[in-house]
Design a binder for this molecule. Structure first.
Ligand SMILES: NC(=O)c1ccc[n+]([C@@H]2O[C@H](COP(=O)([O-])OP(=O)(O)OC[C@H]3O[C@@H](n4cnc5c(N)ncnc54)[C@H](O)[C@@H]3O)[C@@H](O)[C@H]2O)c1
Length: 395
Protein backbone atom coordinates (compact mmCIF):
# COMPACT_ATOMS: atom_id res chain seq x y z
CA UNK A 1 0.00 0.00 0.00
CA UNK A 2 1.24 3.46 -0.97
CA UNK A 3 0.95 5.15 2.44
CA UNK A 4 2.18 2.12 4.33
CA UNK A 5 5.26 2.13 2.09
CA UNK A 6 6.03 5.72 3.08
CA UNK A 7 4.74 7.22 -0.18
CA UNK A 8 2.56 10.33 0.04
CA UNK A 9 0.30 10.86 -2.97
CA UNK A 10 0.12 14.65 -2.53
CA UNK A 11 2.80 17.34 -2.22
CA UNK A 12 2.75 18.98 1.19
CA UNK A 13 6.07 20.27 2.56
CA UNK A 14 7.41 18.15 5.41
CA UNK A 15 4.57 15.62 5.40
CA UNK A 16 6.55 12.71 4.03
CA UNK A 17 9.37 13.29 6.54
CA UNK A 18 6.91 13.64 9.44
CA UNK A 19 5.16 10.37 8.60
CA UNK A 20 8.50 8.65 8.11
CA UNK A 21 9.68 9.89 11.52
CA UNK A 22 6.55 8.57 13.20
CA UNK A 23 6.14 5.35 11.28
CA UNK A 24 6.24 3.29 14.46
CA UNK A 25 3.21 5.15 15.78
CA UNK A 26 1.00 5.24 12.71
CA UNK A 27 -0.78 2.45 10.88
CA UNK A 28 -2.57 2.76 7.54
CA UNK A 29 -5.37 0.34 6.82
CA UNK A 30 -8.35 -0.20 4.58
CA UNK A 31 -9.90 -2.46 7.22
CA UNK A 32 -12.19 0.27 8.54
CA UNK A 33 -14.06 -2.02 10.93
CA UNK A 34 -10.85 -2.91 12.75
CA UNK A 35 -9.61 0.68 12.62
CA UNK A 36 -12.84 1.96 14.20
CA UNK A 37 -12.90 -0.77 16.84
CA UNK A 38 -9.25 -0.29 17.81
CA UNK A 39 -9.51 3.51 18.23
CA UNK A 40 -10.96 5.44 21.12
CA UNK A 41 -11.25 8.64 19.06
CA UNK A 42 -12.27 8.57 15.39
CA UNK A 43 -11.63 11.64 13.21
CA UNK A 44 -13.81 12.06 10.11
CA UNK A 45 -11.77 14.02 7.57
CA UNK A 46 -13.28 12.91 4.25
CA UNK A 47 -14.10 15.34 1.46
CA UNK A 48 -17.30 17.39 1.50
CA UNK A 49 -17.21 18.58 -2.11
CA UNK A 50 -19.59 21.03 -3.64
CA UNK A 51 -22.73 19.86 -5.39
CA UNK A 52 -24.22 21.60 -8.43
CA UNK A 53 -26.69 23.50 -6.22
CA UNK A 54 -23.86 24.76 -3.97
CA UNK A 55 -24.72 22.52 -1.03
CA UNK A 56 -21.94 20.43 0.50
CA UNK A 57 -22.00 16.81 -0.63
CA UNK A 58 -22.27 14.80 2.59
CA UNK A 59 -22.27 11.36 0.94
CA UNK A 60 -18.74 10.50 2.12
CA UNK A 61 -19.46 11.66 5.65
CA UNK A 62 -22.72 9.70 5.76
CA UNK A 63 -20.97 6.56 4.48
CA UNK A 64 -18.32 6.85 7.20
CA UNK A 65 -20.92 7.49 9.91
CA UNK A 66 -22.83 4.41 8.78
CA UNK A 67 -19.66 2.28 8.88
CA UNK A 68 -18.75 3.62 12.33
CA UNK A 69 -22.21 2.80 13.64
CA UNK A 70 -22.14 -0.74 12.35
CA UNK A 71 -18.55 -1.37 13.51
CA UNK A 72 -18.09 -0.03 17.01
CA UNK A 73 -18.50 -2.27 20.01
CA UNK A 74 -17.76 0.12 22.86
CA UNK A 75 -17.65 3.83 23.73
CA UNK A 76 -16.04 6.08 21.08
CA UNK A 77 -15.64 9.77 20.47
CA UNK A 78 -16.24 10.72 16.85
CA UNK A 79 -14.71 14.00 15.71
CA UNK A 80 -16.05 15.88 12.70
CA UNK A 81 -12.91 17.39 11.17
CA UNK A 82 -14.28 17.87 7.66
CA UNK A 83 -15.98 21.18 6.91
CA UNK A 84 -19.67 20.36 7.25
CA UNK A 85 -22.88 22.39 7.16
CA UNK A 86 -24.34 23.54 10.44
CA UNK A 87 -26.30 20.65 11.92
CA UNK A 88 -23.92 17.93 10.70
CA UNK A 89 -22.85 16.90 14.18
CA UNK A 90 -26.47 15.94 14.85
CA UNK A 91 -26.69 14.25 11.46
CA UNK A 92 -23.59 12.12 12.11
CA UNK A 93 -24.90 11.29 15.57
CA UNK A 94 -28.25 10.14 14.14
CA UNK A 95 -26.68 7.99 11.42
CA UNK A 96 -24.34 6.29 13.89
CA UNK A 97 -27.26 5.68 16.26
CA UNK A 98 -29.39 4.15 13.49
CA UNK A 99 -26.62 1.75 12.53
CA UNK A 100 -25.48 0.57 15.95
CA UNK A 101 -25.65 -3.20 16.28
CA UNK A 102 -26.13 -2.87 20.00
CA UNK A 103 -28.23 0.15 20.92
CA UNK A 104 -26.60 0.26 24.38
CA UNK A 105 -23.24 1.30 22.94
CA UNK A 106 -22.48 4.88 23.91
CA UNK A 107 -20.65 7.46 21.80
CA UNK A 108 -20.25 11.22 21.48
CA UNK A 109 -19.86 13.33 18.36
CA UNK A 110 -17.73 16.47 18.56
CA UNK A 111 -17.26 19.21 15.98
CA UNK A 112 -13.60 20.18 15.59
CA UNK A 113 -13.21 22.05 12.27
CA UNK A 114 -9.81 22.28 10.64
CA UNK A 115 -8.17 25.62 9.84
CA UNK A 116 -4.83 24.57 8.37
CA UNK A 117 -3.69 25.89 5.00
CA UNK A 118 -2.38 23.63 2.26
CA UNK A 119 1.29 24.39 1.73
CA UNK A 120 1.89 25.11 5.43
CA UNK A 121 -0.34 22.39 6.87
CA UNK A 122 2.15 20.98 9.36
CA UNK A 123 3.22 24.36 10.71
CA UNK A 124 -0.43 25.42 10.99
CA UNK A 125 -1.28 22.20 12.78
CA UNK A 126 1.64 22.43 15.19
CA UNK A 127 1.07 26.08 16.08
CA UNK A 128 -2.60 26.80 15.52
CA UNK A 129 -4.14 30.21 16.11
CA UNK A 130 -6.96 28.35 17.83
CA UNK A 131 -8.58 24.96 18.19
CA UNK A 132 -12.35 25.04 18.12
CA UNK A 133 -14.15 22.25 19.94
CA UNK A 134 -17.92 22.10 19.68
CA UNK A 135 -20.09 19.75 21.64
CA UNK A 136 -22.17 19.13 24.72
CA UNK A 137 -20.60 16.36 26.82
CA UNK A 138 -17.85 17.78 29.04
CA UNK A 139 -15.90 14.52 29.29
CA UNK A 140 -15.78 14.17 25.49
CA UNK A 141 -14.68 17.80 25.09
CA UNK A 142 -11.99 17.25 27.73
CA UNK A 143 -10.71 14.18 25.85
CA UNK A 144 -10.31 16.19 22.64
CA UNK A 145 -8.66 19.00 24.61
CA UNK A 146 -6.11 16.48 25.87
CA UNK A 147 -5.36 15.41 22.27
CA UNK A 148 -4.27 18.96 21.50
CA UNK A 149 -2.69 19.71 24.90
CA UNK A 150 0.91 19.07 23.70
CA UNK A 151 0.52 21.95 21.23
CA UNK A 152 -0.25 24.39 24.01
CA UNK A 153 2.63 24.10 26.42
CA UNK A 154 2.91 27.89 26.65
CA UNK A 155 -0.55 29.18 25.89
CA UNK A 156 -4.01 27.77 25.65
CA UNK A 157 -5.78 28.49 22.44
CA UNK A 158 -8.62 26.02 22.79
CA UNK A 159 -12.08 27.53 22.47
CA UNK A 160 -15.14 25.47 23.30
CA UNK A 161 -18.68 26.15 22.14
CA UNK A 162 -21.75 24.34 20.83
CA UNK A 163 -21.32 22.05 17.83
CA UNK A 164 -23.47 24.37 15.69
CA UNK A 165 -21.31 27.37 16.59
CA UNK A 166 -18.14 25.42 15.81
CA UNK A 167 -19.50 24.41 12.40
CA UNK A 168 -20.53 27.99 11.69
CA UNK A 169 -17.14 29.33 12.87
CA UNK A 170 -15.40 27.41 10.11
CA UNK A 171 -17.66 28.82 7.38
CA UNK A 172 -17.49 32.36 8.72
CA UNK A 173 -13.67 32.20 8.93
CA UNK A 174 -13.35 31.20 5.30
CA UNK A 175 -15.94 33.75 4.25
CA UNK A 176 -14.08 36.60 5.98
CA UNK A 177 -10.78 35.61 4.38
CA UNK A 178 -12.39 35.34 0.94
CA UNK A 179 -14.06 38.71 1.53
CA UNK A 180 -10.67 40.32 2.13
CA UNK A 181 -9.32 38.83 -1.09
CA UNK A 182 -12.26 39.88 -3.25
CA UNK A 183 -12.32 43.30 -1.61
CA UNK A 184 -8.70 44.12 -2.39
CA UNK A 185 -9.16 42.73 -5.89
CA UNK A 186 -12.09 45.08 -6.47
CA UNK A 187 -9.99 47.94 -5.06
CA UNK A 188 -7.20 47.02 -7.50
CA UNK A 189 -9.54 47.68 -10.40
CA UNK A 190 -10.42 51.11 -9.07
CA UNK A 191 -6.75 51.86 -8.39
CA UNK A 192 -5.88 50.98 -11.98
CA UNK A 193 -8.38 53.47 -13.38
CA UNK A 194 -7.58 56.35 -11.03
CA UNK A 195 -3.81 56.05 -11.38
CA UNK A 196 -3.08 54.78 -7.88
CA UNK A 197 -0.63 51.95 -7.27
CA UNK A 198 -2.50 49.13 -5.52
CA UNK A 199 0.80 47.69 -4.21
CA UNK A 200 1.47 50.91 -2.30
CA UNK A 201 -2.16 51.13 -1.23
CA UNK A 202 -2.00 47.60 0.17
CA UNK A 203 1.06 48.45 2.24
CA UNK A 204 -0.54 51.64 3.50
CA UNK A 205 -3.78 49.90 4.43
CA UNK A 206 -2.18 46.79 5.98
CA UNK A 207 -0.10 48.93 8.33
CA UNK A 208 -3.29 49.53 10.29
CA UNK A 209 -3.24 46.75 12.89
CA UNK A 210 -7.02 46.59 12.74
CA UNK A 211 -6.69 45.46 9.10
CA UNK A 212 -3.31 43.69 8.90
CA UNK A 213 -1.47 42.49 5.82
CA UNK A 214 -2.95 39.00 5.54
CA UNK A 215 -5.24 38.24 2.64
CA UNK A 216 -5.18 41.74 1.15
CA UNK A 217 -2.78 40.85 -1.64
CA UNK A 218 -4.14 41.65 -5.11
CA UNK A 219 -4.27 38.57 -7.34
CA UNK A 220 -5.91 36.81 -10.25
CA UNK A 221 -8.42 35.28 -7.84
CA UNK A 222 -8.64 32.64 -5.14
CA UNK A 223 -9.06 28.92 -5.84
CA UNK A 224 -8.47 25.71 -3.93
CA UNK A 225 -10.67 23.10 -2.37
CA UNK A 226 -12.07 25.26 0.43
CA UNK A 227 -12.96 28.90 -0.28
CA UNK A 228 -15.01 28.32 -3.45
CA UNK A 229 -16.98 25.40 -2.05
CA UNK A 230 -17.41 26.82 1.45
CA UNK A 231 -18.71 30.18 0.20
CA UNK A 232 -21.18 28.30 -1.99
CA UNK A 233 -22.21 26.06 0.89
CA UNK A 234 -22.79 29.06 3.18
CA UNK A 235 -24.88 30.76 0.50
CA UNK A 236 -26.88 27.54 0.16
CA UNK A 237 -27.48 27.40 3.91
CA UNK A 238 -28.64 31.03 3.92
CA UNK A 239 -30.96 30.41 0.98
CA UNK A 240 -32.66 27.59 2.90
CA UNK A 241 -33.59 30.20 5.50
CA UNK A 242 -34.58 32.82 2.91
CA UNK A 243 -31.67 35.03 3.88
CA UNK A 244 -30.30 37.31 1.18
CA UNK A 245 -26.50 37.07 1.02
CA UNK A 246 -25.44 40.22 -0.80
CA UNK A 247 -21.86 40.10 0.52
CA UNK A 248 -21.34 36.38 -0.05
CA UNK A 249 -22.79 36.69 -3.57
CA UNK A 250 -20.42 39.56 -4.32
CA UNK A 251 -17.35 37.69 -3.01
CA UNK A 252 -17.97 34.97 -5.55
CA UNK A 253 -18.88 37.25 -8.40
CA UNK A 254 -15.80 39.42 -7.90
CA UNK A 255 -13.62 36.31 -7.74
CA UNK A 256 -15.03 34.85 -10.95
CA UNK A 257 -14.36 38.17 -12.73
CA UNK A 258 -10.90 38.34 -11.23
CA UNK A 259 -9.98 35.00 -12.76
CA UNK A 260 -10.56 36.67 -16.18
CA UNK A 261 -8.50 39.79 -15.48
CA UNK A 262 -5.23 38.52 -16.91
CA UNK A 263 -6.85 37.24 -20.10
CA UNK A 264 -8.62 40.60 -20.49
CA UNK A 265 -5.26 42.33 -20.23
CA UNK A 266 -3.72 39.88 -22.70
CA UNK A 267 -6.58 40.40 -25.19
CA UNK A 268 -6.32 44.13 -24.77
CA UNK A 269 -2.60 43.98 -25.56
CA UNK A 270 -2.59 41.50 -28.46
CA UNK A 271 -6.20 41.69 -29.81
CA UNK A 272 -5.99 38.39 -31.74
CA UNK A 273 -4.43 35.47 -29.86
CA UNK A 274 -4.67 32.92 -32.68
CA UNK A 275 -1.40 30.98 -33.02
CA UNK A 276 0.30 33.04 -30.34
CA UNK A 277 2.31 31.20 -27.68
CA UNK A 278 2.02 31.94 -23.97
CA UNK A 279 4.29 30.66 -21.26
CA UNK A 280 2.68 30.08 -17.87
CA UNK A 281 4.62 29.91 -14.63
CA UNK A 282 2.55 28.36 -11.85
CA UNK A 283 -0.49 26.09 -12.07
CA UNK A 284 -1.34 25.21 -8.47
CA UNK A 285 -3.94 27.38 -6.74
CA UNK A 286 -1.23 28.54 -4.33
CA UNK A 287 2.48 27.86 -3.76
CA UNK A 288 3.82 24.81 -1.93
CA UNK A 289 1.03 22.51 -3.06
CA UNK A 290 0.28 20.40 -6.11
CA UNK A 291 -3.44 21.06 -5.65
CA UNK A 292 -5.04 22.61 -8.74
CA UNK A 293 -8.67 22.46 -7.62
CA UNK A 294 -10.45 25.65 -8.78
CA UNK A 295 -7.08 27.19 -9.63
CA UNK A 296 -7.30 30.37 -11.75
CA UNK A 297 -4.76 28.68 -14.05
CA UNK A 298 -7.55 26.38 -15.30
CA UNK A 299 -9.72 29.34 -16.37
CA UNK A 300 -6.78 31.16 -17.94
CA UNK A 301 -5.52 28.15 -19.92
CA UNK A 302 -9.07 27.31 -21.12
CA UNK A 303 -9.58 30.87 -22.36
CA UNK A 304 -6.22 31.10 -24.10
CA UNK A 305 -6.88 27.80 -25.88
CA UNK A 306 -10.38 28.92 -26.87
CA UNK A 307 -8.82 31.97 -28.57
CA UNK A 308 -6.53 29.67 -30.59
CA UNK A 309 -3.36 30.32 -28.60
CA UNK A 310 -0.72 27.74 -27.66
CA UNK A 311 0.17 27.25 -24.00
CA UNK A 312 3.42 25.97 -22.55
CA UNK A 313 3.85 25.83 -18.84
CA UNK A 314 5.96 25.08 -15.83
CA UNK A 315 5.07 24.40 -12.20
CA UNK A 316 7.38 22.84 -9.60
CA UNK A 317 4.74 20.37 -8.35
CA UNK A 318 1.37 20.61 -10.09
CA UNK A 319 2.09 19.61 -13.69
CA UNK A 320 1.06 15.96 -13.29
CA UNK A 321 -2.33 16.99 -11.94
CA UNK A 322 -2.84 19.53 -14.72
CA UNK A 323 -2.05 16.91 -17.37
CA UNK A 324 -5.34 15.23 -16.42
CA UNK A 325 -7.23 18.38 -17.44
CA UNK A 326 -5.06 19.64 -20.29
CA UNK A 327 -3.17 16.67 -21.74
CA UNK A 328 -2.34 18.52 -24.97
CA UNK A 329 -0.57 21.65 -23.80
CA UNK A 330 3.21 21.63 -23.39
CA UNK A 331 4.83 20.97 -20.01
CA UNK A 332 8.47 21.75 -19.25
CA UNK A 333 10.70 20.70 -16.37
CA UNK A 334 12.43 24.07 -16.27
CA UNK A 335 10.82 27.49 -16.12
CA UNK A 336 13.16 29.00 -18.69
CA UNK A 337 12.62 26.17 -21.21
CA UNK A 338 8.88 26.85 -20.96
CA UNK A 339 9.60 30.34 -22.33
CA UNK A 340 10.90 29.09 -25.70
CA UNK A 341 9.38 31.24 -28.46
CA UNK A 342 6.72 32.57 -26.12
CA UNK A 343 5.06 35.88 -26.96
CA UNK A 344 4.57 36.63 -23.27
CA UNK A 345 5.10 35.22 -19.81
CA UNK A 346 2.08 34.82 -17.52
CA UNK A 347 2.64 34.30 -13.79
CA UNK A 348 -0.29 32.66 -12.01
CA UNK A 349 1.17 31.20 -8.79
CA UNK A 350 3.66 32.99 -6.53
CA UNK A 351 6.12 30.13 -6.03
CA UNK A 352 9.33 31.45 -4.42
CA UNK A 353 11.43 30.36 -7.38
CA UNK A 354 9.56 32.81 -9.63
CA UNK A 355 10.18 35.83 -7.41
CA UNK A 356 13.79 36.48 -8.29
CA UNK A 357 14.30 35.04 -11.79
CA UNK A 358 17.11 35.67 -14.24
CA UNK A 359 15.41 38.50 -16.11
CA UNK A 360 18.02 38.37 -18.88
CA UNK A 361 16.96 34.78 -19.65
CA UNK A 362 13.33 35.86 -19.77
CA UNK A 363 14.18 38.76 -22.05
CA UNK A 364 15.84 36.46 -24.58
CA UNK A 365 12.36 35.12 -25.33
CA UNK A 366 9.96 37.91 -24.43
CA UNK A 367 9.85 41.28 -22.75
CA UNK A 368 6.15 41.10 -21.99
CA UNK A 369 5.04 39.86 -18.57
CA UNK A 370 1.53 39.48 -17.15
CA UNK A 371 1.91 39.07 -13.40
CA UNK A 372 -1.20 37.61 -11.73
CA UNK A 373 0.33 37.85 -8.24
CA UNK A 374 2.22 41.15 -8.38
CA UNK A 375 5.40 39.32 -7.41
CA UNK A 376 7.63 41.95 -9.04
CA UNK A 377 5.93 44.89 -7.36
CA UNK A 378 9.12 46.13 -5.71
CA UNK A 379 11.46 45.46 -8.65
CA UNK A 380 12.24 47.99 -11.37
CA UNK A 381 10.48 46.48 -14.38
CA UNK A 382 11.29 49.28 -16.84
CA UNK A 383 13.02 46.85 -19.21
CA UNK A 384 9.74 45.03 -19.62
CA UNK A 385 6.22 45.68 -20.75
CA UNK A 386 4.83 44.72 -17.38
CA UNK A 387 1.16 44.17 -16.61
CA UNK A 388 0.09 43.40 -13.05
CA UNK A 389 -3.10 43.23 -11.03
CA UNK A 390 -4.22 46.81 -10.70
CA UNK A 391 -1.99 48.37 -13.31
CA UNK A 392 0.86 48.28 -15.83
CA UNK A 393 4.10 50.17 -16.35
CA UNK A 394 3.07 51.73 -19.67
CA UNK A 395 1.83 55.00 -18.27
N1 LIG B 1 -7.59 20.95 2.09
C1 LIG B 1 -7.55 21.86 3.04
O1 LIG B 1 -6.69 22.74 3.07
C2 LIG B 1 -8.60 21.87 4.12
C3 LIG B 1 -8.48 22.77 5.19
C4 LIG B 1 -9.46 22.78 6.18
C5 LIG B 1 -10.54 21.93 6.08
N2 LIG B 1 -10.63 21.07 5.02
C6 LIG B 1 -11.80 20.20 4.95
O2 LIG B 1 -11.38 18.87 5.17
C7 LIG B 1 -12.14 17.96 4.37
C8 LIG B 1 -11.22 17.15 3.49
O3 LIG B 1 -10.56 18.06 2.59
P1 LIG B 1 -9.44 17.55 1.59
O4 LIG B 1 -8.98 18.74 0.83
O5 LIG B 1 -8.44 16.73 2.33
O6 LIG B 1 -10.32 16.60 0.66
P2 LIG B 1 -9.82 15.47 -0.35
O7 LIG B 1 -10.99 15.21 -1.22
O8 LIG B 1 -8.51 15.86 -0.93
O9 LIG B 1 -9.53 14.22 0.58
C9 LIG B 1 -10.55 13.46 1.20
C10 LIG B 1 -10.04 12.03 1.37
O10 LIG B 1 -11.04 11.26 2.02
C11 LIG B 1 -10.98 9.94 1.50
N3 LIG B 1 -12.23 9.20 1.78
C12 LIG B 1 -13.45 9.35 1.20
N4 LIG B 1 -14.32 8.49 1.73
C13 LIG B 1 -13.65 7.76 2.68
C14 LIG B 1 -14.00 6.72 3.59
N5 LIG B 1 -15.23 6.22 3.62
N6 LIG B 1 -13.06 6.25 4.41
C15 LIG B 1 -11.81 6.75 4.40
N7 LIG B 1 -11.40 7.74 3.57
C16 LIG B 1 -12.31 8.23 2.71
C17 LIG B 1 -10.75 10.18 0.02
O11 LIG B 1 -10.23 9.04 -0.60
C18 LIG B 1 -9.75 11.33 0.05
O12 LIG B 1 -8.43 10.83 0.09
C19 LIG B 1 -13.14 18.81 3.59
O13 LIG B 1 -14.35 18.86 4.29
C20 LIG B 1 -12.47 20.18 3.58
O14 LIG B 1 -13.39 21.23 3.45
C21 LIG B 1 -9.68 21.02 4.06
Amino acid sequence: MLLGGGQIPIYEPGLKELIQKNKENITFSTDFKKAYRDSSIIFIAVGTPQQDNGDANMDFVKAVAKDIGSSIQDYKIIVNKSTMPVGSTKLVENIIKENLRDKNIKFDVISNPEFLKEGSAIKDFMSPDRIIIGGVKKSAIDSIKSVYAPLFARNNRIITMSAESAEMTKYVSNAILATKISFINEMSQIAEKVGANINDVRIGVGADSRVGYSFIYPSCGYGGSCFPKDIKALRFIAKKYNIETKILDAIELVNENQKNILVDKILNRFKDLKNMTFCIWGLSFKPETDDIRESPSINIISKLLSYGAFVQCYDPEAMDNMKNIFPNIKYFNNKYDALNNANALIIITEWNEFKNPDFKKIQKQTNIIFDGRNIFHNINMNDFEYYYIGGDNLK
